[in-house]
Design a protein. Structure first.
Length: 116
């Protein structure tokens, strides 16, 4: 069973950086395909970035060149390095074993606040 826990959120000034982590605390391995998503107040949850087991990465247009998704060597943690943060990046960030926003078993997420 995969149990995903997001961490690393916090407050940062516009232009700054933040690194999020998604750790599998369950007994089975992390899914080969992992995604990061975010949801801002009064907005729909949206896909941010994804990574396949081969390391192939996928990004939403609005984060290309600023965010980097990666997987550590243990395969138990997936990171999202966020650079050049903008106020519109403020949201609760979630990870999931999919790149589909219709996923239903979301975790607590981690809050990212960006001040201008």
């Amino acid at each position: 069973q995969v149990q995903l826990v997001e961490s690393g959120g916090g407050s940062v000034q516009a232009g700054g950086s933040q690194k999020l982590s998604c750790t599998n605390s369950g007994r089975t391995g992390m899914n080969s395909l992992m995604g990061w998503f975010r949801q801002a107040p009064r907005k729909e949850r949206e896909f941010v970035a994804g990574i396949g087991w081969s390391g192939r990465t996928y990004y939403a247009d609005f984060v290309k060149g600023r965010f980097t998704i990666s997987r550590d060597n243990t395969g138990k943690t997936v990171h999202l390095q966020m650079n050049s943060l903008k106020p519109e990046d403020a949201a609760v960030y979630y990870c999931a074993p999919t790149m589909d926003t219709k996923y239903e078993t979301w975790g607590q997420g981690t809050q990212v606040t960006v001040s201008s």
